[in-house]
Design a protein around this ligand. Structure first.
Ligand code: UDP
Ligand code: MG
Length: 335
């Protein structure tokens, strides 16, 4: 095999996916074997603290397939951090990030590679259809992309997830971006170079349930908004200015009314209460917005490592080159 062929690294975050890994591995491997001898490949699975048999299965696969490496984190650090850990261990000329639940069809990788060959530095998957996702998820996703593009000074392509191919140059920049609030798709878009979307149909999960709880989704959305826009911070000063102006006009109007008609009685207990509650609400929300930013500053200043690695497999001392020489066929792995 040609040792000079470019290396493709594929990064896969895994969290409680024991029912999917085997099927995923076979489908991905078929695609990568199809790209030989033009490309060599390595698979980097990141076990994000799964409490099921995922790690055991991955360890088994790494014994059979010398292209397969496993990075096992000490606990659940979340999807974005797991991807980061994988990317940091990748040594490919290009790195592909793909979910391990077969929602992103591995077959699309071949088309991504074609676009990369045509000179694009980032090829991001754009979900044209979503199967097996409920109305709530579709609606919130759509609303979120609208909002983030309204607020962010930097364009973030709607409906693109983390499924993408990145050139090594982009990966090098990404490795230097060590912030803790990670909204990877935005960070990659920020890096620049030539980027292109590639439409694909997002399938339903092969097995199991989504690991993105509502809480994780909200945190993720806030990470995106807060790291890519400072407009929410400014919003309260704009609103404050507006309220000050309004009250100023109201004061003048009330004085004028009293001058014209000294007998006028100003009743309005209800409207007063409504205004007080409204302003109280606005003030609390503004403090909350401030809090979101300050909390992130607080976490950033600690400068902790982004993740802790418990175990690694498949990064043998033979070195990547030697291992890749021995790439077996899919048939060998499915006895
Ligand atoms: N995942 C992870 N850590 C987490 C949550 C998810 O590594 O804390 C992995 C998961 O195993 C899957 C991918 O990230 O491979 C996407 O997660 P999921 O399918 O649950 O999210 P959804 O596709 O529903 O947004
Ligand atoms: Mg999924």
């Amino acid at each position: 095999m040609n040792n000079e062929a470019p290396l493709l690294s594929v990064v896969i975050p895994v969290y409680f996916e024991e029912q999917v890994i085997d099927e995923f591995y076979l489908r991905l491997k078929a695609v990568l074997v199809g790209l030989k001898p033009r490309y060599r490949h390595e698979l980097i699975f990141v076990n994000d603290g799964s409490g099921d048999g995922s790690l055991e299965i991955l360890r088994g696969l790494s014994k059979k397939d010398p292209c397969l490496r496993v990075v096992s984190l000490s606990r659940n650090f979340g999807h974005q951090i797991a991807i980061t850990a994988g990317i940091n261990h990748a040594s490919g000329d290009a790195v592909v990030v793909i979910d391990g639940d077969l929602q992103d069809p591995p077959e699309v990788i071949a088309s991504m590679v074609d676009l990369w060959e045509n000179g694009y530095s980032v090829v991001y998957g754009v979900r044209e259809e979503r199967e097996g996702e409920n109305l709530f998820k579709r609606f919130t996703a759509k609303a979120f992309y609208r909002l983030i593009n309204l607020l962010s000074s930097h364009y973030l392509p709607p409906d693109s997830g983390d499924f993408r191919l990145m050139d090594g140059a982009v990966v090098d920049v990404l490795k230097e971006m060590t912030e803790e609030s990670r909204y990877l798709r935005g960070m990659i878009s920020w890096v620049g170079f030539s980027q292109i979307g590639l439409g694909y149909k997002r399938d339903a999960r092969y097995a199991g349930n989504t690991k993105y709880t509502l809480r994780k989704m909200i945190k993720f959305a806030l990470d995106g908004l807060v790291s890519f826009s400072d407009k929410p911070l400014r919003l309260s000063s704009h609103f404050g200015l507006l309220m000050t102006l309004t009250s100023f006009i109201a004061i003048i109007a009330l004085v004028v009314i009293k001058i014209i008609n000294p007998e006028a009685t100003m009743v309005g207990w209800t409207s007063l209460l409504v205004i007080i509650l409204f302003l109280g609400g606005i003030q609390l929300i503004s403090i909350g917005v401030l809090g979101e930013y300050i909390a992130r500053i607080f976490h950033e200043t600690k400068q902790r490592p982004l993740y802790v690695i418990a175990e690694k497999y498949g990064f043998g001392d033979k070195g990547a080159e030697a291992q890749l020489e021995e790439t077996p066929k899919v048939a060998d792995l499915t006895e």
